[in-house]
Design a protein around this ligand. Structure first.
Ligand code: GAP
Length: 445
């Protein structure tokens, strides 16, 4: 983990947030390369969930959330972790995460600590203006259920997807970006006919495993864990977590829950008329029926299958998998980030052989802008004049291709294309570079 944290800071993937004022625990900023990698991961999820399917719509909802949403969802009463204090040093931590220095010391009885961040909306700060930063993106999807079906005429089964920030005042944030207080989720709420829920649950577990494989996480690093007992959330009939071997140990990367009709049932009006199966709080405040009519005009409250993945945990997992130290012989090593092409923050570096050589730099910029037009991702000109150093840097940040512009480019109209993983170098005509580039990046591998 230390090597990854160091690479992330040195090369501009991830920084401690608010660092110049001492930093704040559980908060991180994504740097120039981190933002590209994170956007690429989110875009890959969006493509697989929304664009490549015909049964999912997207959504982007507000973060500040009405207190009633979290009252009826159960978060106000139950979204808590057990907090204990060490009577010897006064440290506070989660009951199941006792720091080494407090093991064996006398601890207080655990008490419930609600993880939601509270705020006030508007100029009056009192109980009537209380609102919350959402602890998951899911709730806003449920409360928009009618808006989406009315505007898209969807019928079951269909899903609504959202990517966005969530906030949890974790008692002990730790392990770099694994457990943080502000993070992003990629969540799909997939609405199905009651009775078809178990079959869809299985399908979604399979789809999601395949997607993680495509991001470079091999199957042998992933495990499925069926959540049981007290660990099962109040809304869930069954949850299967996709577990990944993070550098600090095996932990949850994504949860896939069968949330039954709990959520729509909790937020709907006219609950009594709707034959809701889950045990929901009586709702006297919703003004909308969150149900759908079948072909016989009967109202149905759909069951929900929810694959919910953490973006930050995903970024940590793909960096961890890609991070490779290669022995090159003669006591030489190279660090290379073998990211999948579609995730690489920089797709190609164009490197003029000689720094500030007007002719070479001009060709490099012209090639960069023609490659950039394909919108595959970021292409840069690396005007350092040091090819070896540029290769080392771009290996370390995962750039799949480096294209060198040298004097042969002027004389023979050729460039050298170097492959990150094989280090193989090919001489290619400048006229063929665009086709080479498109061809290389069109292959999903
Ligand atoms: N809507 C369901 C839900 O939020 P969850 O298991 O609490 O379920 C889903 O969260 C995913 O969000 C987790 O699998 C994890 O990847 C990510 N996540 C949850 N809490 C996190 C935290 N404090 N820091 C980073 N990621 C977190």
């Amino acid at each position: 983990m230390e090597e990854i944290v160091s690479l992330c800071k040195r090369r501009g993937f991830i920084f401690q947030s608010n660092e110049i004022y001492g930093g704040m625990q559980g908060l991180y900023d994504y740097g120039p390369l981190g933002v590209e990698l994170k956007n690429n991961l989110k875009s890959s999820w969006w493509k697989s969930i929304v664009y490549n399917r015909d049964d999912v719509e997207g959504l982007d909802t507000s973060i500040i959330t009405h207190p009633n949403v979290l009252k009826y969802s159960g978060h106000k009463d139950t979204f808590t972790d057990p907090l204990v204090d060490c009577k010897s040093c006064g440290l506070r931590f989660r009951e199941d995460q006792i720091p080494e220095e407090c093991i064996g010391e006398e601890l207080t009885e655990p008490r419930d600590f609600n993880l939601m961040f509270e705020t006030n909306v508007g100029p009056v700060i009192d109980d009537s203006s209380v609102a919350y930063l959402r602890p998951e993106t899911a709730q806003q999807i449920y409360i928009n259920f009618k808006n989406v079906i009315d505007s898209t005429s969807r019928s079951l089964p269909f899903g609504i997807a959202q990517i966005g920030k969530s906030f949890r005042n974790e008692i002990t944030p730790r392990n770099f970006i694994f457990r943080v207080r502000e993070f992003e989720q990629m969540e799909l709420e997939f609405f199905v006919l009651p009775g078809e829920d178990e079959e869809w649950h299985k399908k979604w577990i399979q789809y999601r495993l395949e997607w993680w494989n495509e991001q470079g996480i091999p199957s042998n690093k992933l495990n499925l864990l069926t959540v049981t007992g007290d660990d099962l959330a109040h809304y869930s009939k069954s949850t299967v977590d996709i577990m990944y071997q993070f550098p600090h140990g095996e932990e949850e990367l994504e949860g896939i829950a069968n949330r039954t009709d709990f959520d729509l049932g909790s937020h709907t009006k006219n609950q009594k008329e709707l034959n809701i199966q889950a045990r929901c709080k009586d709702n006297t405040e919703s003004n909308t029926r969150l149900a759908i009519q079948d072909i016989d005009n009967n109202w149905i409250v759909p069951y929900v299958i929810e694959p919910s993945a953490g973006v930050d945990r995903g970024v940590l997992a793909v960096i961890n998998e890609a991070y490779t130290i290669e022995e090159l012989g003669d006591n030489k090593k190279r660090t290379v980030l073998k990211l999948k092409k579609h995730l690489a923050p920089i797709k190609t570096a164009v490197i003029p052989l000689k720094r500030n050589n007007e002719e070479l730099v001009k060709i490099a910029h012209s090639l960069k802008s023609s490659l950039q037009k394909f919108q595959i991702g970021r292409v840069v000109v690396e005007n350092t004049g040091n090819i070896g150093k540029s290769y080392r840097k771009h290996d370390e940040i995962g750039t799949p291709l480096c294209i060198t512009i040298d004097f042969d480019t002027i004389e023979k109209n050729t460039v050298t294309i170097r492959d990150r993983d094989t280090m193989e170098q090919k001489i290619v005509s400048l006229d063929d570079v665009k086709a080479y580039f498109m061809n290389y990046f069109s292959d999903a591998g």
